[in-house]
Ligand binder design. Sequence first.
Ligand code: CTP
Length: 217
Amino acid sequence: MSASLGGKRVLVSAGPTYEDIDPVRFIGNRSSGKMGFAVAAAAAGAGADVVLVAGPVQLPTPDGVRRIDVRSAAQLREAVLGALPADVYIGTAAVADYTPRQMAPGKIKKTGETLVLELVRTADVLAEVAAHPRRPALVVGFAAETDDVERYARGKLAAKKLDLIAANRVGVAGSGFESEDNALTVYWQDGERSLGPAPKTELARQLIQLILEKTPA
Ligand code: CTP
C-alpha cells in the first residue's frame, strides 16, 4: 500500500516576487520557481488538491494544479492567506524581505550622482501562516543560506514556529537558485534528513514523501 495525500489540500508558494520601483523598474531575485513547481507537481502526483501561488516565472502549470499568479510580496500574501484553510503549506517562494516605500508614479529620471531608495519590510507570509487561526497542520519553510546552514535554518524553524524547514546552500556551483539539481537538508524539532543531490523533480518527490510521513492522518 503506498501512502497518499488524497483528500488533503496542499498550498504551495513559488518563484520570486517583483517589487516595483517605478513603472519600468523593479527589485527581484534569481529564484526560478522550479523547486516550487516541482513540489506542487509532486503533491498533485501524490493525490493532493494543490493550489500553487506563483510569482513571476515562465513555467507551465503542473497537471492537476490550480495556479494563482502574483507579482509582489503583498499580492503573494493576499493570495496565500486567501487560499486558507489548507492541510499543508509549503513556502518555497523567495519573497522579497523589503519593498520600496512607494512606487514612483512616473519613470524616475537620472538627476544626481547617487539615488537613495527607501525600502520597508514586507510581512513574513510563512510566519503569518504558521500563526494563523486556521493554521495548516503542517507548515514547511525553505531557507536559502550561504553559510552556517543548520544554525540559521533551525533559528527560522523556531522563530517562525514551523514544523519543517528545508535548507539549501546557495552560492555553490550547480546547486540552488537557477540550477536543475539541488540538495536539501530538512530539519524538524528533533530530527533531520538529507535529500539529494538530485534533479529538482526527484528532490520534490522525496520532500513530499517526508511531508506525507509527517502529516497527521
Ligand atoms: N518568507 C515569507 N515571507 C517573507 C520572507 C520570507 O513567507 N516576507 C518565507 C520564504 O517563502 C521561505 C522562508 O520564509 O519559506 C525563508 O525565507 P528567507 O528569506 O530565507 O528567510 P528570512 O526569514 O527572510 O531571513 P533572512 O533573509 O534574514 O535569511
